[in-house]
Design a protein around this ligand. Sequence first.
Ligand code: NAP
Length: 285
Amino acid sequence: MEKIGFIGVGKVGTAFGTRLAEGGFPVRGAMDIVPKESRRFADSVSGCKVYATAQSLADSMDFVFITTPDDVIGQVAAQVRWHAGQTVIHCSGANSTAVLEPARKSGCHVGCMHPCNTFASIQQSLENLMGSTFTLEAEEPVLSDLKKFVAALNGRWMMLHGEDKALYHASICIACNYLYTLMGIATDLWKNFDISQSDAVAACMPILTGTLNNIEKVGFPGCLTGPIARGDVGTIRKHIAALEKAEPALVPLYKALGLATIPMGLAKGTLPTDKAAELREMLSA
Ligand SMILES: NC(=O)c1ccc[n+]([C@@H]2O[C@H](COP(=O)([O-])OP(=O)(O)OC[C@H]3O[C@@H](n4cnc5c(N)ncnc54)[C@H](OP(=O)(O)O)[C@@H]3O)[C@@H](O)[C@H]2O)c1
């Protein structure tokens, strides 16, 4: 493979660039709208040069990753004058390769390689990228290159059609981002009994990791525990009463999540149908 460059070297660009260089790929160019970020990246990747503009980087590279924020990918793809035969990639989960259409029209090969993982800081991105699952949207010859990247990153790959990206990304958003939301809400409730959120987080870590282990090792629906799995209608009634007193704004969310949990309890076989009906009525009220 010939020269690889990155436009946008934040969390994902840095993780890809660094790990691919370590895997022996020729990462030779970095450009970021924040010059000190380009410098940081180039200083950490042997043989990598800083480019002042996206155009100058694209003029010198054969394989270009656009790892800017999602909303900027299309602008970069449209602004750069590409040359035929180049390959242009992005790593967005929500966008298809359609956003790279200007590059494709200029005779470039295009593709998308989304790491199905979460990257909250540069250091943590470097740690998390290896071993990820990557969803790929590409045709040959790009597909073979992306599979080589996945192998170097010790990952797994799956193919995804462009038209499925938005739904796929909505799923990732629920699984990852809204888990933060749920844990933020859950641990914030502890202030009502004078325990700080940080102490609540520490206290909840074993139950959280246990829950994730159950999802992985027991699977759905057998992993479900708690009052809905058991059909404990009285306990759910107590939860609602307590929330109405302490944090009434949370009651609709609590009820919606409870309703969404009933089918899992039924599928597990531990929630009797009459209790499910009682719960459904209480949670729909
Ligand atoms: N973070 C995740 O968990 C995650 C997971 C999977 C996939 N992704 C995807 O990875 C891609 C990059 O995300 P990220 O989290 O790495 O974002 P990020 O950390 O914000 O990095 C993006 C970098 O691009 C820079 N930039 C903005 N506009 C630019 C332009 N016109 N030209 C050059 N550089 C520009 C940004 O500068 P400013 O900070 O000044 O804007 C920033 O330094 C996105 O497509 C995202 O969907 C992210």
